[in-house]
Design a protein around this ligand. Sequence first.
Ligand code: SF4
Length: 325
Amino acid sequence: MRPYSFAQARSVREAVRGAGPDTAFLAGGTTLVDLMKLEVMTPEHVVDINRLPLGGVTLNRKGLHIGALERMSDVAAHPVVREHYPMIAQALELSASAQLRNMASIGGNLLQRTRCGYFRDVTTPCNKREPGSGCSALEGINRGHAVLGTSDHCIATHPSDLAVPLVALGTVVHLGSARGERNVPLDEFYALPGSTPEVENVLRPGELITGITVPRSPWAAHSRYVKVRDRQSYEFALTSAAVALELRGRTIADARIAAGGVGTRPWRLPAVERALKGRPATPATFEAAVRPAADGAEPREHNAFKPALLRRTLVRALTELVESR
Ligand code: SF4
């Protein structure tokens, strides 16, 4: 691990004062410390933000507010989250391991780095880790990689389960810096890799996530998250589906749908949402509606199964959701 300076902050203002591109904020540390040990991330300054007043899970007329330092396991177990936003709790419970969920923060989860093996192996070319060095995954082992939103410079999958239902539900991310505060829709927070895969989001140097707000909606309480992976525990998604429906009788009045494990960022599926709206909640509707889910996909040698698996994952999530009513 490279040498770095270390400081503890007690307020957001103190944490962001003087913070720049060489500063890393330490919360749970479940991604940062790993990557510092591997020398994939080499910050010169580490600021411990665990004493900042950025906790709390509250529901008001605007929606659900979750502080950035809330731990994943606490949010997953919170009765308000489980009752009003069940797919958020489900996505958290299907993430990582129990030990990691006890440590990892909500803000850190949204900023976790890709699990592309080449990114973590400093002996191999990786444009995300070392811009301009090349992408080892293009012709390498790419079974877990993305098929949507890729570029010739990077095909890494976005790793967060939590971000998938949050994008589906129109979540807003609250950011703080020495310049003040700003709010960004999560769907606009993540960047496509394009020719600059090292730029993963719109965070500016020295800026940190202070919390998120998930709006109130008629569909959030009737929602489900399904994750498909190579083993049933402690594994990242091959595909995942976050589905939320507003039903009037058996008719779908509105829908919010997003996918994980297939995109270079959490992937909202507006074409599927449109195809569901106004239709009866039946298997035939679901099968027809998911047809465009992987439109534009660019599979590689080892992940050509993902478009079909995504469609099946979506149908399963929709079916289980309707049957759970
Ligand atoms: Fe690096 Fe992205 Fe290629 Fe993986 S897919 S090796 S993260 S550039």
